[in-house]
Design a protein around this ligand. Structure first.
Ligand SMILES: [Zn+2]
Length: 312
């Protein structure tokens, strides 16, 4: 599946006119319909003005290929975390709201919050079943009120944790990936303990999802130095960047030597030489990592080749 084209079918193309003429020449061409700018995601030359402009080094990072698939997967996990948060929020509220009640939770929900009960039923929870966490909570209604208060606080805290995880994963930031990975890992020993006690479908599925998330984050996002860590991860991102390829190519040739027609004829090629763009910073004349980390600085550096920095 071509994730670049698929994404561009649902969202607008991402074109960017760099201030540096040599780089701009590689990302633009002239068509019968007038000037066209290359989409930094799918590589298509789109007639019309660019979406944005500015120094090449400050071009927005564009997710491509595997990164797009990865973003989708992480957001599915984010939704799953959000639903967990909602369920535990309901549980926390239930304990707090009904901790004085002598009737069963089922009756209380029937009476006051039938829609919550239906939601829980729809998600596979049977409020009055004796197994699982809800059963545990039901059991706790025979406990004293101080214990109930602590249980409500615990469930509320877990709700907050799941919501933060959901937000962290949804934002697709590296800190969020670490946060979700650590928070999820922390719960795994307890889940194993629960499974050892009794295997239920719900427990097994919840456990499998958590393990899958942790493994996926560590392997795919190269957390904690896995598979080369952040350095390798960033290098791969740069290698897939059309803008980075254009910058590297522009540095390797005189500004006047750029042939827009040629660049336009083979957009695939413009993005196709990742190894060169990412792997040989010395040859490119500057450190791509540095350029990424501090675009403003890179723009001012005298060693930036033909780049002509201009402030927006
Ligand atoms: Zn596009």
């Amino acid at each position: 599946m071509n994730w670049n084209l698929l994404t561009c079918a649902f969202r607008d193309h991402v074109s960017y006119a760099p201030d540096e003429p040599a780089v701009a020449a590689r990302l633009s061409t002239t068509t019968a319909a007038g000037p066209a700018w290359q989409c930094l995601r799918c590589g298509t030359f789109v007639p019309g003005p660019p979406v944005a402009a500015g120094p090449a080094a400050t071009a927005p990072p564009v997710r491509r290929d595997g990164e797009l698939r990865s973003a989708l997967i992480l957001r599915i996990f984010a939704v799953e975390r959000f639903l967990r948060g909602v369920i535990f929020g309901v549980i926390a509220f239930g304990i707090w709201r009904f901790k004085y009640s002598r009737s069963s939770i089922e009756q209380a929900f029937d009476r006051e919050y039938p829609e919550f009960r239906d939601l829980l039923h729809g998600l596979g929870y049977n409020i009055n079943s004796s197994g699982g966490l809800v059963g545990l909570i039901r059991h706790t209604f025979t406990l004293d009120q101080r214990t109930l208060t602590w249980l409500a606080i615990g469930a509320a805290a877990y709700t907050v944790l799941e919501f933060v995880e959901a937000i962290a994963l949804w934002l697709l930031k590296r800190w969020g990936e670490y946060f979700a990975m650590v928070a999820t890992s922390a719960g795994i020993p307890y889940e194993i303990y629960e499974l050892a006690d009794k295997v239920t479908v719900l427990r097994a599925v919840a456990f499998a999802i958590n393990v899958a998330l942790v493994v996926y984050l560590v392997v795919s996002k190269r957390l904690f130095g896995a598979r080369g860590g952040k350095r390798a991860y960033d290098a791969r991102l740069r290698s897939e960047s059309i803008m980075q390829a254009a910058i590297a190519a522009a540095r390797g040739t005189p500004a006047t030597g750029a042939d827009p027609a040629k660049a336009g004829a083979d957009p695939a090629k413009a993005g196709a030489d990742p190894a060169k763009a990412g792997a040989d910073p010395a040859k490119a004349g500057a450190d791509p990592a540095k350029a990424d980390a501090d675009p403003a600085k890179a723009g001012e550096a005298p060693g930036a080749g033909q780049a002509i920095p201009r402030r927006k």
